[in-house]
Design a protein around this ligand. Sequence first.
Ligand code: 13P
Length: 282
Amino acid sequence: MALVALKDLLEDAVRNRYAVGGFDAGEHGFAEAIIQAAEETQAPVILMVPEPFLKYVDRHFFAYLVQRIKASSASIDLHLDHGSTYESCLKAIHYGFTSVMIDGSVLPYEENVALTKKVVEAAHAAGVSVEAELGHVGGGEETLADGGTADEDHFTDPDEAARFVEKTNVDALAVSFGTVHGVYRGTPKLDLERLTAIRRQIDLPLVMHGGSGLSDEDFRNVIKCGINKINYFTAVSFAAVEEIKLALAEKNGKIFYPELVARALQKAKEEVVKTIKVFGTR
Ligand code: 13P
């Protein structure tokens, strides 16, 4: 199988109404855990590197990663998550990514359109797919301890989304309808009517950020209403960190590093495999 651009990877998901997981990595171990989960399930995955994690790796990491994915028995898209500038998207394209997200969701509408359009033109010239975001999914690393709640004022407007897609020629659109990144404060409330209205207007893959913390039923519902890519990170990271804490406690801190890392990555892989099955990815 191979390195596959997001647009091609999600075509079947749109046609047959299922979702493909987008899992974040910021170093070799997590990337390998995600690739192995895809190989074990023989399901496609989107291996994402968030722009803030680029500081943990360098071009050698991507040279290795592209070769590793090309040699994999699974179909994998290498994706820049939450790219904030035109330049960082170009850098990712240069590194061999097969898709980029340009996240202009905090910009005024016209600026989001202009930035997304500029990235789409450059990316398409290189055969790279583009995800954009309209409306804004909040939360994030800084609110992990408190948890986040969704702000309805930033939910995606279905008519505006249709105009945005038309103007930008983007390949996938991340939409806001009740999810947040990181840990939820309280039970998440998803506006499925809004999601259904967006799906009626748009014939492209729809993306949901903030997958961690939702129930299996929530996943089934959002997929039924039109979501085709689900970003999922915090729960995988927590699974690995909890295992590290457990291993350190069990061995009173006297454990060799490779064993500690292997245990953590095994848990990360198991969480990804479990999630792929819930999403119904094939
Ligand atoms: P979670 O960490 O909440 O699963 O969200 C991940 C995400 O949306 C990355 O873009």
